[in-house]
Design a protein around this ligand. Structure first.
Ligand code: NAP
Length: 291
């Protein structure tokens, strides 16, 4: 099946971390992108950086979704993280996509949607609905991003402690968001990815202890790993104004991470990129070079 690039690709969640990375990759490859955003200024920024079209609306507004989808060739659906209506939003997008005759739906899901964590479960429901929708699709299942270091970077440098709210030996196949954007762009623009589900993981098995060791080498001083206590995590989240349902979901996610980590395999990402996925030391050197 040929890839339809004559009509724009609709990207939802386009002003978020993942959305911006994916849009930037597509635009630099000369692909026409229609961004779905809920803030005019975010849309203006994306247009200035090369997006072709913008639709302003809320993902919960069915009419806005329908009109955003008409005239697009493919949809890259990136739902806001831990959205309580993720499965319903996905179902609406799939129905409108089918009605509008889009050629493929690419769903940005998560690694192991079947685990017992609320937002994984909602992504699993979305995956099932997509498989049953009659649309051609590709499902992307990324692991936890390396970029979760960015919000704690100043604290790491100031205190010498790498502190996230789960066990220091819980291991993850941390993956670089730049690699994910490149792989997403390849999937959207190259033929042959219909009806595929791709696990997208980094090349290492990394715990907080491993990350702290790599950071110690990078900074030339000792960084130690520490599990952030639950009550400190909850206090910080409430102080930052995080809504209670999201705090609850994050607590369940962190409890699962604490017990099991989140591990997958990097072979598929390697194949999609045509190179070894980025390792953690390379990511740190690239994003925090002056440290
Ligand atoms: N972070 C990870 O490690 C990881 C791993 C695997 C999968 N994922 C998945 O990746 C996806 C994207 O995560 P992210 O961290 O890139 O998200 P993010 O930076 O928080 O961005 C969320 C986006 O959704 C938009 N948004 C929120 N509510 C909306 C609404 N009601 N209507 C329209 N737009 C709305 C936001 O718009 P504003 O700019 O206006 O706020 C923003 O563009 C999530 O589904 C997450 O589960 C993440």
């Amino acid at each position: 099946m040929n890839v339809d690039l004559s009509r724009p690709i609709l990207v939802t969640g386009a002003s978020g971390k993942t959305g911006r990375s994916v849009v930037s990759r597509l635009v630099s490859g000369g692909v026409k992108v229609r961004v779905f955003v809920r803030r005019q200024e975010a849309g203006d920024e994306l247009l200035a950086s090369g997006a072709s079209e913008m639709v302003l609306g809320d993902l919960l507004d069915d009419d806005a979704l329908r009109s955003a989808i008409v005239g697009t060739g493919q949809i890259m659906h990136i739902c806001p993280p831990m959205h309580p209506a993720e499965d319903e939003i996905a179902a609406s997008i799939f129905a409108h996509g089918r009605d509008a005759g889009v050629s493929r739906l690419v769903l940005y899901s998560v690694l192991h949607p079947m685990i017992d964590v609320p937002h994984h479960r909602r992504k699993l429901i979305a995956e099932r609905a997509l498989i049953d929708s009659g649309l051609a699709y590709t499902i992307l299942q990324p692991c936890r991003y390396m970029q979760h270091l960015a919000p704690i970077w100043k604290e790491v440098v100031a205190t010498g402690i790498h502190r996230m709210p789960f066990a220091t030996d819980a291991a993850f196949s941390l993956v670089d968001l730049h690699d994910l954007a490149e792989a997403s762009c390849n999937v959207l623009t190259q033929a042959g990815h219909e009806f595929a589900t791709y696990q997208l993981c980094g090349p290492q098995r990394l715990s907080q202890i491993d990350c702290a060791e790599i950071l110690s080498r990078h900074l030339g001083r000792t960084i130690t790993a520490e599990a952030k206590p639950l009550e400190v995590f909850l206090g910080d989240a409430r102080k930052a104004g995080m809504p209670e349902p999201r705090i609850e979901t994050m607590s369940k996610m962190n409890a699962h991470y604490d017990a099991h980590g989140l591990l997958g395999n990097s072979n598929v990402l390697h194949w999609l990129l045509g190179r070894e996925p980025t390792n953690f030391a390379t990511y740190v050197a690239r994003d925090f070079p002056s440290a």
